[in-house]
Design a protein around this ligand. Structure first.
Ligand code: SF4
Ligand code: SF4
Length: 381
């Protein structure tokens, strides 16, 4: 086996250049998501919406392109991020720059990517650790008492449609490709021969093997909806309104009116998941505000403290507050937004207004008694 050829690429999430095994120019547009972990209630509506849309077929019984796991003890597949952290080791960050190794840099000279292959058992417990808190509670206490030392949070996950996909890098058949028009990463089902190099390589374990078809499958970002200017199923069905999908600009371009740019690059409240993987994932998370900071920094990188501070200030930041209220308010993709006179508005790619949301809802107090219908309007029991 010959040595793998490597290219030098810029990864803005690491604050430095890195090795990647493909000559990978950025796509013309890159689809991206923001998920607010603080608002997720683990209702799994997104999981079911995705499953009913895309993975109801034979061989897909345990396949969840979208899943929601309880951290720190929930995983799908079992132990996915523990394996990743063990493989990479404790890579330090210095002044926003990652000094450790990515999955590409940790690979041997003959490997594309350093990875691990889950066993089929690892895929069979998607609800492992659900609602299981970390920390010790005193006997007789309950978690409604504050302060308390127990904690958990919900982490909703889909494929990150990475800028430097490890799955694509590892495929010996060139069956995985990244679309230049929107950055969506897809597996060509005709070319795939089921070698499963991608399932081993993906640090997030978001490519899954279908034993019936003998091919690998993954989240397709609901591309038929994206092509029509609509947000994916997991976004529009989200009960907690924690999600938004849109397009992120390249690292050197910041458009303050672009909702994703605003959350990721201007207010910096949304951060990549395990940026140390090196794939430049494009799902960004508002980190949980109540978890131990060391744990949260390990998961979302060094921007955690600033993100939480800015997020906690949203009540005094009408632009951020307005944008957060626009999450889940429209099925259409919002290309720009503005907040004026206590109203947040979203616009499509042509600048047409598609949604308007007031920052504050008026309060109406009902009369105590309805004379017309001769009945009490309040609960009098
Ligand atoms: S999350 Fe995994 S499957 Fe998705 S693009 Fe990145 S490396 Fe590929
Ligand atoms: S639908 Fe929304 S709130 Fe419910 S589990 Fe999914 S991400 Fe969380």
């Amino acid at each position: 086996m010959s040595q793998v050829h490597r290219h030098n690429v810029y990864n803005w999430q690491l604050g430095r250049d890195m090795d990647y095994t493909h000559d990978a120019p950025r796509p013309d547009r890159q689809v991206a998501w923001v998920f607010d972990t603080n608002k997720c209630i683990a209702c799994q509506t997104c999981t079911v919406a995705c499953k009913q849309t895309w993975t109801w077929g034979s061989g897909q019984e345990y396949m969840l392109w979208n899943n929601v796991e309880t951290k720190p003890y929930g995983f799908f597949p079992t132990g996915w991020d523990v394996h990743l952290l063990e493989m990479l080791g404790p890579g330090p960050w210095e002044n926003g720059e990652y000094k450790g190794k990515t999955v590409f840099e940790a690979a041997s000279l003959k490997e594309d990517v350093k990875g691990w292959q889950p066993e089929s058992e690892h895929w069979t417990y998607p609800n492992l650790g659900e609602d299981e808190p970390a920390g010790l509670a005193e006997q007789g206490s309950y978690s409604g008492e504050f302060p308390h030392d127990t904690w958990f949070f919900y982490l909703a996950r889909i494929c990150n449609h990475c800028t430097y996909p490890a799955c694509l890098s590892a495929c010996p058949r060139d069956a995985i490709y990244k679309r230049p028009e929107d950055g969506i990463v897809l597996v060509d089902q005709e070319r795939c021969r089921g070698y499963q190099e991608c399932t081993s390589a993906c640090p997030y374990k978001k490519v899954m093997f279908n034993n019936t078809t003998g091919t690998s499958e993954k989240c397709i970002a609901c591309f038929p909806k994206i092509e029509q200017g609509l947000q994916p199923q997991c976004v529009t069905t989200c009960i907690g309104r924690i999600r938004i999908a849109g397009f992120i600009n390249p690292p050197d371009v910041v458009d303050e009116r672009n909702p994703i740019d605003f959350l990721v690059k201007v207010r910096k409240v949304a951060l990549p998941l395990y940026p140390q993987s090196g794939t430049e994932p494009n799902v960004y998370y508002v980190p949980p505000i109540h978890t131990p900071r060391e744990y949260t920094r390990q998961m979302f990188g060094p921007g955690v403290d600033e993100a939480i501070e800015n997020y906690m200030n949203a009540k005094d930041d009408p632009e951020l507050l307005g944008l957060m209220m626009l999450l889940g308010s429209t099925e259409r993709i919002m290309h720009t937004f503005e907040v004026e006179n206590d109203i947040a508005r979203g616009f499509d790619a042509d600048g047409e207004e598609i949604v308007a949301v007031p920052l504050r809802e008026p309060t109406f107090i009902r009369e105590y008694f309805d004379d017309v219908h001769d009945t009490y309007l309040h609960n009098i029991t």
